[in-house]
Design a protein around this ligand. Sequence first.
Ligand code: PLP
Length: 376
Amino acid sequence: MTRTIEDLIPDYIRGLPVYVPGRPIEEVERELKIRAVKLASNENPLGPSPKALEAAKRALNEAHRYPDGGSHLLRETLAARTGLAADELFVGLGSSEIIDLVSRVMLRAGLQGLTSFGSYAPFSVAIRASGAELVLVPQKHFAFDLDAMAKAITPKTRVIYLANPNNPTGTAFTLAELEDFLGRVPESVLVVLDEAYVHYAPSLNRRKTEEIFRRRGNLLILRTFSKVYGLAGMRIGFAIGQPELLAAMNKLKTPFNTSGIAQAAALAAIDDREHVARCIESNAIERARLTEGLRALGLRPVTSETNFIFLEVGPGAKKICDELLQAGVIVRPLGWMGLPEGIRISIGTAEENEKCLMAMSQILTRRAGKSELAAR
Ligand SMILES: Cc1ncc(COP(=O)(O)O)c(C=O)c1O
């Protein structure tokens, strides 16, 4: 029997789900011949800091050179800001790269990686791609059930992925809950704490997790420039962790993982505190407005600590997303993330959110009309 290339790919890779990104605005506009707004990928609707854009443009002049493969300047600047040492910082091709590297360093067949149902899909992919067993713990009220997760730890567990706040449900656990959980995790297990949305969370203080890191050798904190800094297209993020772990990740990363343009933009973005403050404030105002607007339509959005809103709308969720798309509003159906009744709506500008609420209102009115007719 002839073997195909597919036969040669290990089962644990062949069985992996495909990551489904939010649909690009241009693609939808081309296909439907309408103007669209994209509220599907939790991007920053205010864009990058103008200072970051300027820095990126300047860095383009050096595009013929390889970048600084160790992101030294950025790590030193981040170190000065956080009070950490530069060798406790690792810069990655978005935090996505770091999520993958952690599992490659820490896991292998025969070991287990732990995370939650209804959390960021790449955690599960990273665990499975290492050949280790994926252990998924059910959520409680759309949030990490840290008690159940602590109980799910076995002698084979090596890595636990947490997102705080969580994507796609938008919930957060408190720092006291985190401390309590960490107290129950053996030192032989690494806890990856993904804080992609931490700036937006009214109930969290990111400085405090940096303090916790100083006391806990088995914690790796992930941050990104893709959200509040508005640099999702640049692909740059970083981790705070033990130098030995970061050195191992360094051996596996590609030699020039982040571009010089992205590094320059990130450096300038950290300095533009006004832009960051403006983005946080605008998000908080629009989050309240969108939440209220959805409630006024009779929907039940989960209280969000992020730049997106999660809600369950019943078995017709995918259909509602399709109808929103037809109306020019791209949101994210969550069936592929194991939440078939869920929708995730990123918080946009006031106009974008208004367009979303209007479209949702029309869809619900149409549906109510249809069920009234059917009931007659
Ligand atoms: C929880 C979480 N972690 C990480 C990422 C990826 O971030 P990056 O763009 O830095 O790869 C996202 C992106 O949506 C996310 O939601």
